[in-house]
Design a binder for this molecule. Structure first.
Ligand code: SF4
Length: 327
């Protein structure tokens, strides 16, 4: 039983690789390998990391769009990773998603009103005039004009379409919305508008948000805590202020060194990572980051570091207690 809205314990997701002469198993993509975190009501947790680090797989496993290979997912005290489809269905109302590309996730033949009404109808929450009153109220919440209800998705800009996606996610009364690269494809100013809208909706409705992004800069103004992922593992998790002011893990430092600082008198030392992210089919031994870490030493190649507390609200998985400023 958990007091958190979402609790994820030792989550694992491996995708088997089939092939070979007789179509047998050839190994597995280790997309997520033992990830643990929680999200409270009214809280934003951001999952960040390079493409392929497993952050979207975590989001999909939390939403039960994917079945985990191992580990537990709890929603408001109820374990959901092993629930059969019939028992899961009513809980889906509480967990919604906004994807990166709103255009491909909005049915082009339905009007915006029909799109937003669909989850309300599917979950049997309202009908008749009450249904359309609710849809109109959702248009107000996402700051779209009410006449948008009669129009088709292609008549809207990318930012407006993302507002439609958010209205649809709110429609069934979600407690948590997973935003999977939800603003990544938008222009800078539109990005900021959508981030502000999400923050306002969170304040108003007490929503929890799981914000998945490859870009730390986007999450800085929105998030309460940040979990940094590398090759299927959380390497650092901390509250926003601590993570941006004094990151511990060398990978977090490298990601952060690429984030522009608004104050021109403040300079972050640029840390450029060498090489590509290794294959998740055969991840490196020991610390998975050792092939790219400028501080790697012998122990890193053989022994996997545990996530350990570093400061209040901050844990990181590195053998070094004190990470040097530069290699
Ligand atoms: Fe780098 Fe070693 Fe720390 Fe991994 S454990 S981040 S390789 S210093």
């Amino acid at each position: 039983m958990s007091a958190h809205l979402i609790e994820v314990n030792a989550l694992v997701k491996h995708f088997p690789l089939k092939g070979g002469l007789f179509g047998g198993r050839r190994g597995a993509v280790h997309a997520v390998d033992g990830v643990t975190f929680h999200i409270d009501r009214g809280e934003t947790l951001s999952l960040v990391g390079e493409s392929g680090c497993g952050k979207s797989t975590v989001g999909r496993a939390v939403l039960r769009l994917l079945d985990p290979t191992d580990g537990e997912v709890w929603l408001d005290g109820e374990r959901i990773d092993n629930l059969p489809a019939g028992k899961l269905r009513p809980l889906r109302r509480r967990m919604q998603v906004v994807f990166q590309d709103p255009f491909s996730s909005l049915n082009p033949r339905l009007s915006v009103g029909q799109i937003v009404a669909e989850p309300i109808v599917n979950f049997g929450l309202a009908s008749g005039s009450e249904l359309w009153d609710r849809v109109a109220g959702l248009m107000d919440k996402v700051q779209l004009p009410r006449d948008a209800m009669k129009r088709l998705p292609h008549e809207f800009s990318g930012g407006q379409r993302q507002r439609i996606g958010i209205a649809r996610a709110l429609a069934p009364g979600a407690d948590i919305i997973v935003c999977d690269e939800a603003v990544s494809a938008l222009d800078v100013s539109v990005k900021a508008q959508i981030v502000n809208l999400l923050a306002d909706l969170q304040d108003e409705l007490g929503l929890a948000l799981m914000f998945i992004s490859h870009d730390l800069a986007i999450v800085e103004h929105l998030t309460h805590r940040v979990a940094v992922m590398y090759l299927g593992k959380i390497v650092e998790i901390a509250d926003r202020r601590t993570l941006f002011a004094s990151p511990h893990h060398p990978y977090t430092r490298a990601l952060l060194s690429a984030v522009p600082v608004p104050d021109p008198s403040v300079k972050r030392q640029r840390m450029i990572l060498k090489g590509d992210v290794p294959s998740p089919i055969n991840p490196p031994s020991g610390c998975r980051f050792h092939t790219r870490c400028p501080f790697a030493f012998d122990r890193c190649r053989s022994e996997e570091p545990e996530l350990r507390p570093r400061a209040a609200g901050q844990s990181s998985a590195c053998h070094l207690d004190v990470v040097p400023a530069a290699a």
